[in-house]
Design a protein around this ligand. Structure first.
Ligand SMILES: Cc1cc2nc3c(=O)[nH]c(=O)nc-3n(C[C@H](O)[C@H](O)[C@H](O)COP(=O)(O)OP(=O)(O)OC[C@H]3O[C@@H](n4cnc5c(N)ncnc54)[C@H](O)[C@@H]3O)c2cc1C
Length: 423
């Protein structure tokens, strides 16, 4: 089978790219191992709602039309939205088609799948940033009696045994899961490393409104001082609860969650060891939150918005007990489950193009991989701070499809026989 561009993955990133390719009259298919919105269908817990408001799901040619722009979609609503988009743009999706290898054949790419092989000139990898949970190696020292889960496996508290739960990681997934499990009556200990604290609502407006309006989310990858660091910043401590409540370490402490430092190891006696840095990481998160709020205040003042919104406010510092425990005995049966909310990474085990760095990430410049004709979509800060969000893929797809189109043009000019072969 032959086409000009193979897009791999039918999440929002692959679909947004499909919209732009169609607009540029570039012949393509979208290969998907499951169904449209597969990650939202199969890899999210039941109660999850988007933490981005409804208005902030703008896809190319498609925005929010409903009556609740400030609400937060449930998972069925999110899946419905992405499925509707795929239908509205008549994306050429081939579902249940798993890509098993991509090879650069010099004259183009060969994309092997469990449904046959495609030859093409360009490939867009829109396979997601969160395919594989990142689990610290300390997992090997966890006693077998303790069940361990990742957020990709976690669905709801009832799935867990009664008894204590250690949630490791306090970014978006960790804090939301800790909150839900604690409320189910299972006492939660939360191991807290570096995290990013923000209020849900600031000066009467959603924090995402501020970040969008002030241009923070549009910041480009070639404008920041340290893009490697920017790409690895943890997700915001934020949740899309219908009552718009803020979730942070103080709100978790208030419902009884016990905070400890970063999980550093498990010693020979089966005791978990936590870092003594809890106070410091919390102080740093408070400081960074206030810096963000300062930036917002300055933007509001400079742009004449002060009159439209409430007065600036500052929030209570994160409360940390005087001497947080440094050890937790795993052998006494108090902890029944550990949830590793320690981040995710992409899976490129099927990619046979030599573009991976020593950490297994693709070397690229704003989504243009170091193999001509190969592109990436949907990764954190790929081209902009918003790149991994639903709202961010449209701008990236526009830019990268323009690059792809000019690559095809240049190639055709330098190799006229290809135009003949394409018909
Ligand atoms: C818990 C969680 C909550 C999030 N909440 C929000 C939010 O509130 N708002 C927001 O904007 N973003 C949110 N995100 C971030 C982001 O929007 C999602 O991760 C989203 O799913 C990414 O879309 P994508 O198209 O880049 O990748 P995915 O949706 O992961 O799509 C990639 C597709 O590629 C397919 N695929 C992978 N490998 C292959 C293969 N070898 N062959 C064929 N197909 C393949 C997968 O099946 C999948 O369908 C969240 C992410 C997570 C993990």
């Amino acid at each position: 089978m032959r086409t000009t561009t193979v897009v791999i993955g039918a999440g929002q990133a692959g679909l947004a790219m499909s919209w732009w390719l169609a607009r540029r009259s570039i012949d393509h298919v979208v290969l998907e191992r499951g169904e449209v919105a597969n990650s939202w269908k199969t890899e999210r817990w039941d109660s999850l709602r988007l933490l981005t408001p409804n208005w902030q799901s703008r896809l190319p040619g498609y925005g929010y039309q409903g009556k609740d722009p400030d609400g937060f979609r449930t998972m069925p609503e999110t899946i419905g939205f992405i499925e509707e988009y795929a239908q509205a743009i008549t994306a050429p999706v081939r579902a249940h088609t798993r890509v098993t290898s991509v090879r650069n054949r010099g004259e183009g790419y060969e994309v092997a799948t469990d449904q046959g092989t495609w030859q093409c000139e360009t490939v867009v990898l829109a396979t997601g940033a969160c395919n594989t949970p990142v689990i610290p190696s300390v997992v090997e020292a966890v006693p077998a009696a303790i069940k361990t889960l990742t957020p990709l496996q976690y669905r709801k508290p009832d799935q867990l045994e009664d008894g204590g739960v250690l949630v490791v990681g306090a970014s978006a997934s960790g804090v939301q899961i800790a909150d839900e499990i604690q409320r189910s009556g299972r006492p939660v200990t939360l191991a807290v490393g570096e995290h990013v604290r923000v209020p849900r609502v600031y000066r009467g407006r959603d924090i995402k409104w501020w970040m969008d309006a002030s241009g923070v989310l549009d910041q480009r990858y070639d404008e920041v001082d340290d893009i490697v660091r920017a790409r690895n910043v943890p997700s915001l401590q934020l949740a899309g609860y219908p009552d718009r409540r803020t979730i942070d370490l103080n709100s978790l402490t208030a419902i009884g969650v016990k905070l400890v430092g970063r999980l550093a190891g498990v010693n020979a006696e089966g005791k978990a060891q936590f870092s003594g840095s809890l106070r410091n990481v919390c102080a740093l998160a408070d400081l960074k939150m206030n810096r963000l709020l300062d930036t917002i205040d300055e933007w509001a003042r400079k742009n004449g918005r002060d009159g439209e919104v409430a007065a600036p406010e500052r929030f209570a510092f994160t409360e940390v007990e005087e001497s947080p425990p440094l050890l937790l005995d795993f052998t006494r049966g108090r902890i029944k489950t550990i949830i590793w909310a320690t981040g995710f990474r992409p899976d490129y085990s099927w990619l046979d193009v030599p573009v991976l760095d020593h950490k297994g990430f693709i070397r690229h410049d704003g989504g243009v991989a170091q193999s001509p004709g190969l592109y990436l979509m949907g990764l954190p800060f790929l081209r902009r701070r918003k790149s991994s969000l639903i709202d961010g893929v449209g701008d990236d797809a526009r830019d990268l499809s323009a690059h792809l189109a000019s690559y095809l043009r240049d190639r055709a000019l330098s190799r006229p026989e290809l135009i003949a072969a394409r018909g």
